[in-house]
Design a protein around this ligand. Structure first.
Ligand code: GSH
Length: 324
């Protein structure tokens, strides 16, 4: 039964009062329309993510956006090697002299990766990979369920980043001799995989075993996927490429590498993540085929861990890729 009496329309509606049931029904409808319009404005339907034509620091945000089912406009910039008199230089003007100039007027800190979107009349333009990941995680409900879990997410983003730095600081160094490169690669391998408290991967193994992560959906925080899961997967995937390239194991099958190295939970996490149905859009896209590092890197900029071969390889990545 519709209650009788005097009813005020909400502040956002017409400043009038009504007393008949018919007008009360219109009032309710008005509210529903208002909520719907508000929801439409608040919902992020499309985002732009700008980064180089590599995975680098951009791939994690790209995969999170696709996982969330949001339209991704991936702006892709190319670092182009040039050889003059035997000296190779890298031309990044596709970014530095183009979009960077205009975007800088909106954000002085603009960098790659950057995230650009509109929400509720606001234009949002941010840089710094972990800031982007925490923003996207919060927007898409992938940043923990309460304050405790949010703090876990924050810490894990930093921890996964530390794990990334171990390998990327090595990847961009060019060694005079292959033997020197292999010695340094071995140091990176030890730093990441050593079983002492100083080891990087053992922290994640300990984290998973402490939270009794034995179920099928093995995630870092609670029982739900969150931003740091994407970061951890991306970095583990890079380590898989690294271990295969330098042949640090006899058994070089992606699915068993971490198990063989004595990290069963990490292995389970890695394999489970690869099978997530919502991740398949990313895995089947060109974005997953991009090299891990940029052209100037010694490791991972070319095919299967090799360096980019500027004499025989051409970067044919499109400048923009839209994935729905
Ligand atoms: N702290 C930043 C580092 C960003 C950064 O170093 N970006 C590199 C690629 S990984 C770049 O080439 N930036 C382009 C620029 O300096 O404009 C982040 O996490 O995003």
């Amino acid at each position: 039964m519709v209650p009788q009496g005097r009813f005020e329309l909400p502040a956002y509606s017409l400043p009038m009062s009504y007393s008949t049931p018919e007008l009360l029904r219109l009032q309710k409808l008005n509210k529903v329309i208002y909520i719907y319009i508000k929801y439409e404005l608040m919902t992020i339907r499309e985002v732009t993510l700008g980064y180089w034509s590599t995975k680098g620091l951009g791939s994690v945000s790209r995969m999170l956006i696709l996982y969330a089912g949001v339209k991704l406009r991936a702006k892709i910039y190319k670092l182009l090697p040039k050889e003059e008199e035997g000296i190779i230089t890298f031309d990044g003007s596709s970014w530095h002299e183009n979009d960077k100039v205009s975007l800088k007027s909106k954000n002085s800190l603009i960098n790659l990766p950057y995230l650009h979107l509109y929400k509720d009349k606001d234009e949002i333009l941010i840089s710094h990979s972990t800031t982007i990941l925490s923003f996207l995680g919060k927007e898409f409900g992938m940043f923990g369920q309460d304050r405790k879990e949010q703090l876990q997410c924050e810490q894990l983003l930093q921890e996964t980043d530390d794990l990334r730095k171990v390998i990327t600081s090595f990847a961009y160094v060019h060694h005079k001799k292959k033997e020197d490169e292999i010695i340094c690669a071995k140091e990176v391998f030890n730093k990441a995989f050593e079983k002492t408290n100083a080891g990087k991967i053992q922290k994640f193994e300990h984290w998973f075993s402490s939270k009794n992560a034995t179920n099928e959906n093995i995630f870092l925080v609670g029982n739900k996927i969150s931003s740091p899961d994407f970061n951890l997967f991306d970095i583990l995937d890079l380590y898989v490429e690294f271990i295969k390239y330098y042949k640090f194991l006899d058994d070089l099958i992606d699915e068993t590498i971490f198990e063989k190295l004595g990290y069963p939970h990490v292995s389970k996490f890695y394999n489970n993540f690869k099978k997530l149905p919502k991740m398949q859009k990313y895995f089947n896209s060109l974005l997953y085929k991009l090299p891990y590092t940029n052209k100037s890197a010694n490791f991972g900029s070319g095919i299967k861990g090799n360096s980019w071969d500027h004499k025989n390889q051409i970067d044919e990545t499109p400048d923009e890729l839209i994935i729905n």
